[in-house]
Design a protein around this ligand. Structure first.
Ligand code: FAD
Length: 545
């Protein structure tokens, strides 16, 4: 994966399939179709995973709470996919122990929890990494002493998994490319092409980096536009009824020192909704909210009310933590592209299942879905759109993702690297897990013997940036800081102090003008500021109090 496909490459011949949207859904479909021998084009209007697929809770999970909605099939599929993902991407998908405290008066009793988790374990089968256990209050507090003790009736310990959603999506894209797909980011579909019978035969593309336009022809077109699915459908059928109900979910990161937990912990919102606190190296992230959203998907952001809700839930679960808005290190908001339900349902009870809709001109649109079940969903979609390719492709589609092909560095090698680069071992390990066997390529970008003029953090970032430009199709600075690396969300200071120097370095690699370098810096700094815009929103009420 070295460079984006060009308009010229998209214009050559007729593809079997054009996939619109490079989130986890579109990338998964492109990968699945490619491994069945189809000729596939994938275009993403912005960067891979820049939509919902980099803004999730980052869990590869069955979704325990969907058992309450009696979505047994959905949960079984998701738990089974979780087990598969642990095999396909062991570097990126990590087992995490979860604690589920139960208080007197909670909506779910310990008995219900036990029943749900028995089912959950059964779905996972023999390989289940940590079968659930029910604990009394003492044992629960022994595991996580910060959990509130008042009215604690006990709780459960079980397992799920966590990942880096943006890099998982990237690896699925890389896998599709290695199977022959023609792929570009910053390549948007601006309209669809129809023949004299009004049937779709391709799309008109615009290269968002150069402004040039071109065409791509394909026998089938699938829109995997996530929150934009309805706007893509409007290209086929202006005024078509909306398929989606968008709900917004916000997360906050806190320094782990502020909320030091070893297990992920199920929290309750002030309204009794389930939420999570998840340990992530030097940070703990907490969320999520679930509220209806009707604006422009591109403009979704974090409001003061979202922050207040999450902080209240955090302090209810961990009363000794005394978290305030000042502790927030970063924040992100994403949109769930849920299938529009019958009127009157609450956002949280809306199904997380997906639908595939075929429009009058033959445009297929995906709505709904989950990160966890992307592989399974992709297989179903390709079965439906290309029934002749149906067969047993499970083994092929379970092939390791690119980072799992080569072995990872051993703990001893990581220890030596940490000492040599004067980097904490936990940090080196977390970095290595992002890349798996490809970490060696990042190491190749570190300056020999180090660079005394730059901090260790800066040197690592620079190596990651160079790797991302050479091997991961990063073409804008935000691709590197927001998605190829965890800089915006999971570093103290969000990378602000390195933005200008990294823009310069990326500009030298890609031949940017001085204006472009300045514009890239400015845009990244604005995105960092936007994570904290809610602090301004809070100002008036703060000064009143
Ligand atoms: P997206 O990732 O949004 O991708 C759609 C892409 O289409 C975008 O990148 C967009 O730029 C592109 N696009 C739009 N228009 C065009 C066009 N005209 N031309 C070309 N490209 C276009 N799932 C889990 O399994 N585990 C979780 O823990 C979890 N937590 C979640 C928490 C939150 C707050 C949210 C919002 C979701 C969560 N999910 C979770 C669900 C999961 O994240 C989503 O289902 C999934 O990421 C959706 O992926 P997608 O590819 O369908 O959409």
């Amino acid at each position: 994966m070295t460079s984006r496909a060009t308009l010229q490459q998209f214009s050559e011949g007729t593809f079997d399939l054009l996939v619109v949207g490079g989130g986890i859904t579109g990338s998964g479909v492109a990968r699945e179709a490619s491994l069945r021998g189809l000729r596939v084009a994938l275009v993403e209007a912005r960067d891979f995973a820049s939509g919902t697929s980099s803004r999730s809770t980052k869990l590869i999970h069955g979704g325990l709470r969907y058992l309450k909605n009696m979505d047994f099939r959905l949960v079984r599929e998701a738990v089974q996919e979780r087990m598969r993902m642990l095999e396909m991407a062991p570097h990126l998908v990590k087992v995490v122990p979860f604690l589920f405290p139960v208080y007197q008066g909670d909506p779910d009793s310990l008995l219900m929890l036990r029943a749900g988790l028995t089912l959950y374990d059964w779905f996972a089968g023999k390989g289940n990494p940590i079968p659930h256990r029910i604990h009394g209050p003492g044992a629960l507090l022994g595991r996580e002493p910060l959990i509130g003790a008042h009215r604690l009736g006990g709780g459960a310990e079980y397992c799920d998994a966590a990942t880096n959603d943006a890099r998982l999506t990237l690896e699925v894209v890389q896998s599709a490319i290695s199977l022959g797909a023609t792929v570009a980011n910053y390549m948007a579909v601006e309209s669809i092409l129809r023949d004299t019978n009004q049937q779709i035969y391709g799309a008109r593309l615009v290269d968002k980096l150069t402004g040039e336009t071109g065409e791509v022809r394909a026998k089938r077109v699938i829109a995997a536009g996530g929150p934009w699915a309805d706007s893509i459908r409007q290209m086929e059928q202006p005024g078509a009824p909306e398929l989606l109900r968008l709900t917004k979910g916000v997360h906050l990161t806190l320094p782990a020192k502020k909320l030091p937990i070893k297990s992920a912990v199920v929290m309750r919102g002030p309204d009794g909704r389930m939420m999570f606190a998840v340990p992530a190296g030097e940070f703990t992230y907490v969320g999520t909210t679930d509220t209806d959203y009707t604006g422009d998907p591109q403009k979704v952001g974090v409001d003061a009310s979202d922050v207040a809700y999450i902080i209240e839930a955090t302090n209810r679960t961990f009363p000794q933590a005394h978290v305030t808005g000042d502790d927030v290190n970063s924040a992100w908001a994403g949109l769930r592209p849920l299938v529009r339900p019958q009127a009157g349902k609450s956002p949280s009870s809306t199904s997380r299942d997906y639908t595939l809709n075929r429009g009058p001109s033959g445009l297929y649109s995906v709505a709904g879905g989950k990160l966890t079940a992307f592989r399974h969903m992709a297989a179903h979609i390709v079965d439906e759109v290309f029934p002749k390719t149906k067969g047993d492709h499970l083994q092929a589609s379970m092939a390791p993702l690119p980072g799992a092909v080569l072995p990872m560095l051993t703990p001893d090698q990581l220890g030596a690297l940490a000492a040599q680069t004067r980097t904490p071992i936990a940090h080196v390990t977390r970095l290595a897990e992002q890349y798996g066997g490809n970490f060696k390529r990042v190491l190749a970008e570190l300056p020999d013997g180090g660079d005394p003029a730059r901090s260790t953090e800066h040197q690592w970032l620079s190596a990651q940036l160079r790797h991302a430009v050479k091997h991961e199709m990063a073409v804008r600075l935000e691709d590197v800081l927001a998605r190829r690396t965890e800089t915006f969300l999971f570093t103290a200071g969000n990378g602000r102090e390195y933005v200008e120097s990294l823009a310069q370095e990326m500009g030298e690699m890609l031949g940017w003008s001085t204006e472009r370098v300045a514009a890239e810096s400015k845009s990244c700094l604005a995105q960092i500021d936007a994570m904290f815009a809610w602090r301004q929103e809070q100002e008036p009420s703060r000064s009143v109090s």
